[in-house]
Ligand binder design. Structure first.
Ligand code: NAP
Length: 312
């Protein structure tokens, strides 16, 4: 069965990844766009609101929501109430309360709901998870440093409350960590650096805890949006047996004890849509709030420091 699908919010990620991934997947037909600006691609019909879409094209039964997290609650709610199956970009919502409510609504409306975490859809991440299963970690280091001017030029929403700041990319690292960690992980302490003229952090550090810590273990993360030159999206882990895993390039490459074992071009979004087709066929939702919970807890317990004003 081919699913007629519409994209809601035609921004960077929709154009770069969702449009081509949907068009390359025979289980889907990209049927329409919902865009506040009535933007479109491939001459597809474009509607200003979901209501207009559903009125004009009742056979579009599924939507992919690619708007920013703040404000997405109402967008998802409208789609679920209209009886649509819903895939959403990360992070799933601006707050934990919102995603809890949306998951309950999806169940009540008997709709399929998928909170995607694109960075998990790499073979290297799956292999890291397999290798760490049943092990204990002596050390975990997340090093996520990129240049905000290069990756988020002119995106005002990421600096506003609910926009996540450096946790917009950082939550990708946390989505990998929560996927590969062999035991639950939570925030012990955090430090957030917020520019004087912005609402969200430009830098952050987290120290993690586990329920039953390994003696002298150290589990940490650094996120920084001021890195020029070479960018770093690296997660290193060392087990108590001394095995060292390093995921680089956002989860695309894996080395084990300095030997490169996986290095594959990103297939994140094609694999997201392959799973979306499977979830739709099985009528099964997939909702995971763990990465969002880590960010929320960092905001709850983190020391805040004001830093230099940020200019685009
Ligand atoms: P973006 O380029 O700013 O696009 C977001 C789109 O959402 C806008 O073009 C707009 O589309 C719509 N929109 C609705 N309300 C909006 C508002 N209040 N402010 C701005 N746009 C609004 O953002 P993006 O980079 O695509 O990110 C969207 C989501 O995807 C975020 O949750 C982000 O974390 C996630 N994501 C982004 C990337 C990336 O590389 N950029 C990668 C993975 C995931 P219309 O005008 O068509 O309505």
């Amino acid at each position: 069965m081919t699913h007629r699908i519409a994209i809601i919010g035609l921004g960077k990620i929709a154009i770069d990844q969702h449009v081509p991934s949907i068009m390359a997947n025979d289980d889907f037909e990209l049927a329409a766009i919902v865009s506040g600006r009535r933007a479109t691609v491939h001459d597809l019909p474009s509607f200003r609101t979901q209501e207009e879409l559903y009125e004009a094209m009742p056979d579009v039964k599924t939507v992919a929501i690619c708007t920013p997290p703040a404000g997405r609650f109402e967008t998802v709610r409208t789609a679920l109430h209209a009886g649509r199956d819903v895939l959403i970009e990360k992070p799933p919502s601006a707050t934990l309360g919102e995603i809890t409510e949306l998951a309950a609504l999806a169940t009540a409306e008997r709709r399929v709901f998928f909170t995607t975490w694109h960075s998990r859809f790499n073979p290297a991440v799956e292999e890291a998870r397999r290798l760490l299963a049943g092990r204990r970690l002596q050390r975990l280091e997340v090093d996520w440093r990129e240049d905000v001017r290069r990756w988020h030029p002119g995106q005002a929403w990421i600096w506003q409350a609910g926009g996540f700041g450096v946790f917009d990319p950082g939550i990708n690292a946390l989505s990998i960590v929560t996927e590969i960690m062999p035991e639950p992980i939570f925030v012990a302490s955090a430090r957030l650096e917020v520019p004087a003229n912005r609402q969200t952090p430009i830098g952050a550090e987290i120290t993690f805890a586990t329920p039953d810590p390994v003696p002298d273990s150290r589990l940490t993360a650094i996120f920084d949006w001021r890195k020029e030159g070479e960018q770093s999206w690296t997660i290193s882990a060392e087990t108590t047996e001394g095995t060292r895993l390093v995921l680089t390039e956002g989860g695309a490459k894996l080395t084990v004890n300095d030997e490169l074992v996986i290095d594959e071009p990103s297939q994140e979004y094609p694999r997201i849509y392959a799973l979306w087709a499977q979830l739709l066929a099985e009528g099964r939702s997939h909702v995971d709030v763990r990465p969002l919970r880590l960010v929320a807890d960092a905001f709850l317990v983190g020391d805040r420091e004001q830093t230099d004003a940020f200019k685009d």
